[in-house]
Ligand binder design. Structure first.
Ligand code: PGA
Length: 248
C-alpha cells in the first residue's frame, strides 16, 4: 500500500516570520488528514520552521541538496546538513532547477543517491516541455529521465517521482485527466521495466502543475496517482488544506 503524499513547494517565497504565520494557518486545517503532508521550504527557514512543525503532522522538506557530503561547493547544502535539521524529503530536478540552474538527469541522479544514502526521500521531478509534448517526445523524455535520473536506486519505497509537465507549472494550464492517467501509468510501467515490478508497485508517483482545490480530487482519484506536488496553492492555507484533504 502506498500512502498518499501531498508536498507543498514554497519555492523562493516566505521569510521565516511569514513562514511561521503560514504554518500557523495551515496546521489546524490539515489536522487528521489522511495524506502524508510535507512543506518544502527555503533553506534559510529549514531550522526555525522545522522546530515550529514539531508535534504536528506536517513534515519538513528541502528544495535541493548537493551530491557531495562536504567540500568546496560554494553556495550548496549537503544531505548531512539537511538531515541534522530534521529534513525528511527533498525536491530534486524541479523544472526551474533544470531551466535556470542547468541541472540535468545526471546531476539529479547523483543528488538522488546521496539523499537516499542519508535517509532523505527525494521527490524527483520529471516532465516534458511544451515543445517536447507537441513533437510527441513525452514518452522518450520521461523514459530517459527515469533511466538516467534513478539509476542505482534499489528501493523505490524511498523515492517519490513527480510528473510535472513544464508547461503546466504556474500557468493554470493542466493536462486532461485522461492525459495524466496515461502518462502516470506509463511512468509506473517504465519503472517496472527498468527496475522491476516490485519497485514499480512501491514507488509513489505524484502529479504536479496547476493543482488547485477544484481539480485535486479527480486527479488524486486516478489509479496510479499517489498525490501531488503543489506550488502556488501551497502558499494559500485554505486551498492547500483542501488539496491535502482531497488525497485519501
Ligand atoms: P504550481 O507549481 O502548482 O504553481 O503549478 C508546481 C511546482 O512547481 O511544483
Amino acid at each position: 500500500m502506498r500512502k498518499p503524499l501531498v508536498a507543498g513547494n514554497w519555492k523562493m517565497n516566505k521569510t521565516v516570520q511569514e513562514g511561521i504565520e503560514l504554518i500557523n494557518e495551515i496546521r489546524p486545517l490539515v489536522e487528521g488528514a489522511n495524506a502524508e503532508t510535507v512543506l518544502c521550504v527555503p533553506s534559510t527557514s529549514l531550522y526555525p520552521l522545522g522546530q515550529h512543525l514539531q508535534g504536528s503532522n506536517l513534515k519538513l522538506g528541502a528544495q535541493n541538496v548537493h551530491h557531495a557530503e562536504f567540500g568546496a561547493y560554494t553556495g550548496e547544502i549537503s544531505a548531512l546538513m539537511l538531515k541534522e535539521l530534521g529534513v525528511e524529503y527533498v525536491i530534486l530536478g524541479h523544472s526551474e532547477r533544470r531551466t535556470f540552474f542547468a541541472e540535468n538527469n545526471h546531476s539529479v541522479n547523483k543528488r538522488t543517491l546521496t539523499a537516499v544514502k542519508h535517509g532523505i526521500k527525494p521527490i524527483i521531478c520529471i516532465g516534458e516541455t511544451l515543445y517536447e509534448k507537441k513533437s510527441e517526445q513525452t514518452g522518450q523524455v520521461l523514459t530517459t529521465a527515469l533511466r538516467d535520473g534513478l539509476e542505482g536506486v534499489e528501493d523505490f519505497s524511498q523515492v517519490v517521482v513527480a510528473y510535472e509537465p513544464y508547461w503546466a507549472i504556474g500557468t493554470g494550464k493542466i493536462p486532461t485527466l485522461d492525459q495524466i492517467a496515461i502518462v502516470v501509468s506509463f511512468i509506473r510501467d517504465t519503472i517496472g521495466q527498468l527496475y522491476g515490478e516490485q519497485n514499480s508497485e512501491r514507488c509513489r508517483i505524484l502529479y504536479g502543475g496547476s493543482v488547485n482545490p477544484s481539480n485535486a480530487e479527480e486527479i488524486f482519484s486516478l489509479l496510479d496517482v499517489d498525490g501531488g506536488l503543489i506550488g502556488g496553492a501551497s502558499l494559500k492555507p485554505q486551498q492547500f488544506a483542501e488539496i491535502v484533504k482531497a488525497a485519501k
